[in-house]
Ligand binder design. Structure first.
Ligand code: FUB
Length: 471
């Protein structure tokens, strides 16, 4: 969050709506961030959309610009994890400019895998109408790059927040809307549809009762997330702006009739919006949401977080509260495999950027910054540590510590100047005392200004200081 960007101007929602949400925002102070929630600390993220693919969770988010005073969002971001605590930053493979017909507002979307491809449905403001439309991007990889699949809006009626669900019979449905709730049947190609958009009846039986707003009698506000589990169809949505809480309805079929089932996540967390994504992964159930919990966080500077939960035996969803601890780690992380520096449980002071060698690197490192990697299983013990580093300055020291940023120092690699921030060189240093499973802290020290960048790291076991791994 070091480089600050000026906010975009332009209000898409009513002034009354904004006044009420800003008042709500001031009533919900941001809490100090601790532990491992929110998931990402180096940028503000919003509108989580998780996807399980090949034993990893891919998490698609929006990006709230630093210092934003509106939903100033220019790009979407991708993260992934195999253990729900260490998340790899895959950068931004999709932004507003990907859609030549769009002008602004990279708001809440969702990615679905089908036909060996990944389809990303997003709302953006269209140039021609100056109102919201739903675009669809496609990629061969869950991390992109994504391209505009059709070169025009898929649907466009001024409403937002697409969610896509593919039923067991292969029929896909696109749902979206604020203030209404719409669906359309997608064709198998996932980039066209049959029939016309249908309005889902927003009845109080289906979506709860909102008091004091004759124009919006139900709790449904925005952000639908539709899925099926054990034969029951769920619609999890943001309710009753502002502030929003997360509620849900269920139905016996993909088009209803919906029955309101109550609150999942109460109003919490210092953001007047909330936005949910729900998955089952590795035998557990996970609820993603956003809040304003990071320093500087709030209604326009949000952060995505996650909680693990269990469905009740009748399929209902329990109340889920925001925590600063988040989901427990699944298994451990292997420090003897090459790990990307941008795989992080908690980062302090660092930024990420595209690396010339591919993927991302950790950069803008200053004295005292650190990265926490949770639950590294060292086993009988590591003997050396190697890291891929670059520095256009004088470099510094990469300290290897256990259990806290000031915990036992088990190694320290000297990082030299390499003649450029993307001139990569592998450094290594001996390690003693790293046995068993620990949270690993890579702490960066040196003089003033930016010190060096890190692309990846890897421990080695065995006698003596092993040769640095090949680049
Ligand atoms: O992030 C912009 C908008 O805020 C989303 O589209 C809504 O769901 C709300 O989270």
């Amino acid at each position: 969050m070091k480089p600050a960007s000026p906010p975009l101007l332009g209000l898409r929602r009513s002034a009354a709506w904004l006044v009420s949400l800003l008042m709500a925002c001031t009533l919900l102070p941001a809490t100090a961030a601790q532990a491992d929630n929110p998931i990402v600390q180096h940028i503000y993220t919003a509108d989580p959309a998780p996807l399980v693919h090949n034993s990893r969770v891919y998490l698609y988010t929006g990006h709230d610009e630093d210092g934003s005073t509106y939903f100033t969002m220019k790009e979407w971001r991708v993260w992934s994890s195999a253990d729900m605590v260490n998340w790899t930053d895959h950068g931004s493979p999709l932004n507003v400019a990907t859609f030549s017909w769009a002008k602004a507002d990279a708001w809440a979307g969702q990615v679905i895998a089908r036909n060996g491809k990944f389809y990303w449905y997003v709302p953006v403001t269209a140039k021609s109408t100056n109102s919201m439309a739903i675009g669809v991007a496609v990629s061969d990889s869950p991390t992109g790059p994504f391209r505009d699949a059709i070169g025009r809006p898929l649907v466009g009626n001024g409403e937002i927040d697409p969610t896509v669900f593919v039923d067991d019979d292969g029929q896909a449905y696109l749902y979206w809307g604020n203030p209404n709730l719409w669906y359309v049947r997608l064709n198998a190609d996932m980039i066209s549809y049959s029939g016309s958009a249908t309005k889902i009846p927003l009845t109080t039986a289906g979506f709860g009762t909102r008091n004091g707003n004759a124009n919006r009698p139900t709790l449904y506000e925005e952000g639908p997330w539709v899925y099926k589990r054990n034969g029951l169809y769920y619609n999890v949505f943001a309710a009753e702006c502002c502030s929003e809480f997360i509620a849900y309805s269920t139905a016996p079929g993909p088009t209803g009739p919906w029955t309101y089932r109550g609150t999942i996540m109460p109003r919490q967390g210092g953001s007047f919006t909330n936005h949910a994504g729900v998955i089952d992964f590795n035998g557990g159930s996970y609820f993603f949401y956003h809040n304003g919990a990071l320093p500087g966080g709030g209604g326009f500077t949000r952060s995505v977080a996650v909680e693990k939960f269990s469905y009740n035996s009748n399929g209902t969803i329990p109340t889920i509260n925001m925590t600063s601890s988040g989901a427990p780690q699944i298994g451990t992380l292997n420090p003897y495999g090459r790990q990307e520096a941008e795989t992080i449980a908690w980062g302090s002071g660092i930024e990420t950027e595209p690396a010339s060698e591919g993927g991302m690197d950790v950069g803008y490192i200053e004295n005292g910054d650190y990265i926490k990697v949770k639950g590294a299983a060292f086993g009988a013990g590591a003997t050396s540590f190697a890291a891929r580093v670059a520095s256009a300055a004088g470099g510094g020291t990469l300290e290897v510590r256990l259990d806290s940023p000031t915990g036992t120092r088990v190694g320290a690699c000297t990082v030299p100047g390499t003649g450029g921030w993307q001139n990569w060189q592998t450094v290594s240093c001996p390690v003693t005392g790293a046995t068993g499973t620990h949270d690993l802290y890579l702490r960066f020290t040196g003089g003033s200004g930016y010190l060096f960048n890190v692309n990846w790291w890897q421990f080695q076991a065995g006698s003596g200081l092993a040769a640095a791994p090949a680049a």
